[in-house]
Design a protein around this ligand. Structure first.
Ligand SMILES: [Zn+2]
Length: 254
């Protein structure tokens, strides 16, 4: 069996640069990509995050000026590679900010894996993080949930070839993903530990975080892991790096 990894392009959002580089860049607009990751291991079909929905953002956070074509919805992206929503076995959420979980509702038959801490924050956010969460996005009646307790440093295996590590700081129950496509270097998705290469390379924290010290530790953890396993890092919201990534229907693996 072979593991293939597809990046599903979900359009773009906008933030003031000071959200991207803490206390710097006020008044500069930063338009950034959002993507989900689909992994087919041959045995299981796994979705890592489910992106945003344009109408939700327009209603709730219009200043993020969402751009998302009909082809950039999660269902259309999967359809472009011949996958129907009901075929998805597992959905894992890195964290529950709206741009990582808004498509969950299309997969009511999947097993959802997420952090218990993160789910609690989604229901009762702290005042400064309230804009990022909406419990209605993750309340899927009848769905099967696996709520993980704190992992304390170990790598949790979702299925062979797909694992997650706990990387708090951006949000309290935040996970990063490690995916091993057949015949290629491991892929590391820090997700929102570092929006872009500059955040990680220069240890410039983003303006939104639950704990700056934890976020810095998570950055070092990601760099260390990449070095240890020879992994390639794929940044979550980096317009420059994104240009060089393969997007579905292209894939990583054999
Ligand atoms: Zn986030």
């Amino acid at each position: 069996m072979t593991t293939r990894v597809y990046l599903l392009d979900m359009g773009t959002l906008m933030l003031d640069m000071s959200f991207v580089t803490w206390n710097h860049g006020q008044g500069i607009e930063y338009r950034f990509p959002v993507f989900a990751v689909y992994v087919d291991t041959g045995d299981k079909k796994v979705l890592l995050d489910t992106g945003f929905e344009k109408d939700w953002v327009e209603r709730n956070l219009p200043f993020e000026k969402p751009e998302q074509s009909e082809e950039q919805t999660i269902v259309a992206q999967l359809a472009s590679i011949g996958v129907r929503p009901e075929e998805i076995d597992i959905v894992v959420n890195s964290h529950l900010h709206f741009d990582h979980c808004s498509g969950n509702r299309y997969f009511p038959g999947a097993q959802f894996i997420m952090s218990k801490t993160e789910l609690r924050h989604s229901y009762v956010p702290d005042p400064w993080e309230r804009l990022g969460y909406d419990k209605n996005l993750v309340d899927i009646p009848g769905a099967q949930f696996t709520l993980l307790p704190p992992l304390h440093g170990y790598e949790y295996e979702v299925v062979p070839g797909v694992s997650l590590i706990e990387t708090p700081g951006h949000s309290e129950g935040h996970y990063s993903f490690v995916v091993r496509p057949t015949g290629e270097a491991p892929m590391i998705f820090p997700v929102d530990v570092a929006y872009n290469a500059h955040n990680l390379g220069s240890k410039v924290l983003m303006g939104l975080h639950s704990d700056p010290r934890e976020l810095l530790e998570s950055m070092v953890k990601i760099e260390n892991l990449a070095q240890k396993i020879g992994g390639r890092i794929f940044f979550s919201h980096d317009p420059e790096s994104y240009k060089g990534y393969k997007k579905a229907p292209e894939f990583y693996g054999e």
